[in-house]
Design a protein around this ligand. Structure first.
Ligand SMILES: Nc1ncnc2c1ncn2[C@@H]1O[C@H](COP(=O)(O)OP(=O)(O)OP(=O)(O)O)[C@@H](O)[C@H]1O
Ligand SMILES: [Mg+2]
Length: 183
């Protein structure tokens, strides 16, 4: 029987740690012999959603397309790791409905001040200077998940702790599926 895949959807502000955690989790899963694909917002926006901007409609379309691809992969046994800001709760909910029970929402949470101090890509500086408009957390909204499957407080946890939590959640959910199948 085809092994079940999962979609791990990492949402959070720029600089919260989505790319960092998803890449580390991906390495662990590959070592376990899983098929893994990472859909990282930065890369997706250079290809699949190159035509889109940062209005709500375009951000929602970005999430919908990523969700659609994640769904196709996930149902074929792939562990899909999505690292995209995904600022709107309704768009995340639609993707959850599309993918179903194997969708796990992971809130990569760090206060704006911490993300801004990290300024991994120098984008907060540009946003504050007005060089970038519609930057999430500065002059564009971020709607935090109200009931995520997991929250990683990356201002308080080490990367290793956050990665471990994600792997534990996955082991739990995969195990539960297995039990249901055996029943
Ligand atoms: N527990 C943690 N988990 C993840 N990253 C952490 C953690 N603690 C500290 N960090 C640091 O936070 C930064 C997160 O940057 P990263 O590029 O992963 O953010 P991002 O959420 O992918 O941002 P963007 O939306 O701009 O792509 C890295 O420099 C990382 O080392
Ligand atoms: Mg990233």
């Amino acid at each position: 029987m085809q092994e079940q895949g999962f979609t791990l959807w990492f949402t959070g502000l720029s600089g919260a740690g989505k790319t960092t955690i998803s890449q580390r989790v991906g390495e662990h899963l590959r070592q376990q012999g899983k098929k893994v694909e990472i859909l990282d917002g930065d890369i997706v926006r250079q290809h699949l959603t190159r035509d889109l901007g940062f209005s709500k409609a375009d951000r929602d379309e970005n999430i919908y397309r990523i969700g659609f691809v994640a769904h196709l992969l996930c149902r074929n046994g792939v562990y899909v790791l999505v690292a995209a800001i995904s600022p709107y709760a309704d768009a995340r909910q639609k993707v959850r409905e599309m993918i179903g029970r194997n969708f796990l929402e992971i809130y990569v949470n760090s206060p704006l001040a911490v993300c801004e101090a990290r300024d991994v890509k120098g984008l907060y500086k540009k946003a504050r200077a007005g060089e970038i408009k519609h930057f999430t957390g500065i002059d564009d909204p971020y709607e935090p998940p109200t009931n995520p499957d997991l929250e990683c407080r990356t201002d308080r946890e080490t990367i290793e702790e956050s990665v471990r939590k994600v792997l534990q959640l996955l082991a739990l959910r995969a195990g539960q599926k297995h039990e249901i199948l055996l029943r």
